[in-house]
Design a binder for this molecule. Structure first.
Ligand SMILES: C[S@@+](CC[C@H](N)C(=O)[O-])C[C@H]1O[C@@H](n2cnc3c(N)ncnc32)[C@H](O)[C@@H]1O
Length: 214
């Protein structure tokens, strides 16, 4: 890649992140009105194997619905969340006073290697300009034997997500089947260990647990 191509690529990523951040900053006060996102968070919490989990990181935590659902399920140990949108993080802080909640880009997690037992990322991956770089970060921050849980759309009805970012900033294709998800997470050293599907109206979501392939 030439220097000009690299500069153009970085500018496109920065513009993508800015547009997504602004969209979710605007949406933060009303995000929790979505019964779909509340229901999916509860389904992910029910799917999660919390055996020997002492520290959870929720990437693209938004208003913290997934961490709240884990807490409602009885999980009472360390909880951390990161999100690109400072206003979504402000909302999460109101509901999760004991969690560590930070505004950060998913591809530059501000944590040391081997920090977490479980990483969750629910309906975030399709918004990242570099999802494989974000997935590689999960492998870095997970302790040996750690797991990740993703929730990605198999079917996405835009008419039910009018507050979502522009279509140009959404790409479901690397995660929209079990096979493609497996191919997408493989370079980071993950394999899909188990999965389930969850449906709400015209939205169909793949919930998957990833473990190290090594
Ligand atoms: C559809 S919401 C999902 C929020 C939450 N996981 C849930 O299930 O309710 C997507 C979230 O991804 C966040 N996000 C998008 N791109 C991001 C990035 N590059 N790094 C971190 N968070 C990001 C957005 O700010 C937004 O809060």
């Amino acid at each position: 890649m030439t220097d000009d191509e690299r500069a153009s690529h970085e500018q496109a990523s920065a513009e993508h992140l800015k547009a997504v951040r602004e969209r979710f900053d605007d949406r933060a006060p009303t995000y929790d009105d979505s019964a779909m996102h509340r229901g999916l968070a509860a389904a992910v919490a029910a799917f999660a194997d919390l055996t020997e989990v002492d520290a959870v990181l929720d990437v693209a935590t938004g208003t913290g619905l997934v961490l709240r659902a884990l807490r409602d399920r009885g999980y009472a140990r360390s909880m951390t969340g990161v999100d690109l949108s400072p206003r979504m993080i402000d909302e999460a802080r109101r509901h999760l006073p004991d969690a560590e909640l930070l505004a950060a880009d998913a591809t530059e997690l501000p944590f040391a290697d081997d920090t977490f037992d479980l990483v969750t990322c629910v309906t975030g991956l399709q918004l990242f300009p570099h999802p494989q770089a974000a997935i590689a970060e999960w492998m870095r921050v997970l302790r040996p034997g750690g797991r990740a849980i993703t929730a990605t759309f198999l079917a996405f009805d835009p008419s039910r997500h009018r507050g979502a970012p522009a279509a140009a900033h959404i790409d479901h294709t690397p995660f929209d089947s079990l096979e493609r998800l497996g191919e997408t997470v493989a370079p980071a050293g993950f394999i899909v260990n188990r999965s389930d599907t969850w449906t709400d109206g015209a939205d169909e979501v793949l919930i998957a647990e990833l473990i190290s392939a090594r």
